[in-house]
Design a protein around this ligand. Structure first.
Ligand SMILES: [Zn+2]
Length: 301
């Protein structure tokens, strides 16, 4: 029987695995010495068998590292949500509940040498004082309000200290108590600066401007993403920028709802930022997780 190339090719897998008898081995080696085609075939088989050896370990390492990455990302996601819930709870519990004017909640008295003292009742948890000079620059007009909170009533009772309105000896022309419903301020001390019309303290509006800017910014980013959606790199970067104003707006919605004018705008702004930051990190992490999931699904097919 003539030993054909086909016979050699049939037994080559066994030869590669060292499973042939010595006689057969010699037969294969003798044939390969003279036959370039079978020699090439053998080399190819060597290459093929060598690669899986490498592949056996790398995917395992890869799977391990992706699993670890996924674990870390999931952990980050839950930490960010915990921080967000914590901030929202604190913001809700300490939200000012304004105390309507009563003679006792705050009293204004001169205490000698021109100092004017504001004394607060025990139920007052916080207060706000605005002041501005009068038109003729003879002194200052003060506007005061007081508040309480769920936190103060139920969790930690702490009342505010009395405070001197004019520590540097400023001339106190008048002191008003203001409400947060845009009703007329109530004169508590001094002379009425506007006897004919009444004085009203208005909420601050800068959160409204910030929200409008965030909406405009998000719209511009959205537009760029729409135009350049085929360029994956640009789209990815724009998506990350787009999520900044979106996170801010969601923070605003969670902390203040649709009301953007506020009597405690600075406090609200910081609360919004404290929600926005973990929310933004959570968004970025979620995008990575979803992308990972899609890649795995694609590979699995
Ligand atoms: Zn051959």
């Amino acid at each position: 029987m003539k030993i054909t190339c086909n016979i050699i090719k049939d037994v080559l897998p066994l030869y590669v695995e060292n499973m042939l008898s010595d006689d057969s081995c010699i037969m294969v080696e003798e044939h390969i010495e003279q036959c370039q085609e079978c020699k090439n075939y053998l080399n190819e088989m060597h290459n093929l068998t060598e690669i899986p050896v490498d592949r056996d370990t790398t995917p395992l390492v890869k799977i391990k590292s992706t699993l670890r990455k996924k674990k870390i990302q999931t952990a980050i996601l839950s930490i960010m949500f915990s921080i967000m819930l914590f901030v929202i709870a604190i913001a809700f519990l300490t939200a000012p509940e304004y105390i309507p004017y009563s003679e006792s909640s705050v009293t204004i008295n001169e205490i000698g040498n021109g100092s004017v003292l504001a004394q607060f009742e025990d139920t007052v948890y916080g207060y706000d004082i605005n002041r501005y000079p009068t038109d003729d620059n003879t002194g200052y007009v003060y506007h005061i309000t007081t508040w309480n909170s769920i936190w103060n009533r139920n969790i930690k009772k702490s009342n505010v200290n009395n405070t001197i309105l004019n520590p540097n000896g400023e001339n106190v022309i008048s002191v008003y108590y203001y409400h947060t419903n845009e009703s007329e301020d109530i004169l508590m001390y001094g002379k009425d600066i506007n006897p004919s019309g009444g004085v009203v303290t208005l909420p601050r509006l800068f959160l409204t401007y910030y929200s409008l800017m965030a909406i405009a910014f998000a719209a511009i980013c959205g537009l760029i993403m729409l135009i350049l959606r085929r360029n994956k790199n640009v789209f990815d970067i724009m998506l990350k920028i787009f999520l900044l104003p979106v996170s801010y707006l969601l923070g605003q919605l969670i902390i203040k709802g649709f009301a953007t004018s506020s009597y405690t705008a600075i406090r609200d702004f910081f609360a919004i930022l404290l929600v926005m930051i973990p929310l933004y990190i959570a968004f970025l992490t979620a995008i990575n997780l979803i992308r990972q999931y899609k890649i795995n699904k694609y590979k699995g097919r």
